[in-house]
Write a protein that binds this ligand. Structure first.
Ligand code: DGI
Ligand code: FE
Ligand code: FE
Length: 197
């Protein structure tokens, strides 16, 4: 097994494959994720590496993402074919293993599930999902100030709020909803409400 690349090497490599704005976002996610990792007792390096790599496939053309999945036998749905940007998470997790030699399943899952989430996410997966939404360069989402604060108080509630706002946004633009985004939301509504009852 090849040795995992270290954070500095990964950062330099990602800078080369992303445009400036995307790279600023990547750094924002990495730093926000490390802060959340301190708060929620997750290894800081894992959060940094997952943050640096989460959008490593974002700057690949849509056609190339589809061709990449076909070449490497990565299964994808009709919704992903019609909205190929969704595939950057799957393609990114493959590149993380293949190019950056990441073998840690939790880091790979955090990259894989950072766009739609999934039921039963680990703390690191939640951290990357939330950091992606709240990092300092994000400006447009509603309720950002409240969600940013909440992220450091109650990660699950922040996650739920983000899922809710993402679904509302997708409905408002008539965007196709990936069944996994809906499933994740339903799962967290159910489990979190149970805990508060
Ligand atoms: O890659 P980023 O832009 O940093 O962030 P991301 O990977 O979370 O992607 C964000 C976009 O993904 C955002 O515009 C909402 C969209 N998205 C999330 N779930 C779904 C979705 N888009 C569609 N069509 N369907 C979904 O279920
Ligand atoms: Fe992304
Ligand atoms: Fe991102």
């Amino acid at each position: 097994m090849k040795r995992m690349k270290d954070a500095k090497t990964i950062r330099r490599a990602i800078e080369k494959v992303q445009d400036e704005k995307r790279f600023e976002h990547t750094l924002g996610v990495a730093y926000t994720a490390t802060s959340l990792a301190m708060r929620y007792d997750v290894p800081i390096k894992d959060a940094e590496i997952a943050g640096l790599l989460h959008d490593c496939a974002k700057c690949m053309d849509d056609d190339k993402k589809i061709a990449f999945c076909e070449k490497h036998n990565i299964a994808f749905s009709d919704i992903e074919r019609q909205n190929p940007y969704l595939l950057h998470a799957k393609v990114g997790s493959f590149i993380a293993m293949d190019t950056y030699h990441i073998s840690d399943t939790d880091i790979i899952n955090a990259i894989l599930n950072h766009t739609t989430g999934r039921p039963g996410m680990s703390t690191l997966e939640k951290i990357i999902f939330v950091a992606d939404y709240i990092e300092p360069n994000r400006k447009q989402a509603p309720n950002l100030a409240q969600i940013r604060k909440l992220a450091f108080m109650d990660l699950d509630q922040a996650l739920l709020w983000i899922l809710k706002d993402t679904l509302s946004y997708l409905n408002s633009i008539d965007g196709e909803i990936d069944p996994m985004t809906q499933k994740t939301y339903d799962y967290y509504v159910e489990t979190l409400n149970k805990h508060t009852k």
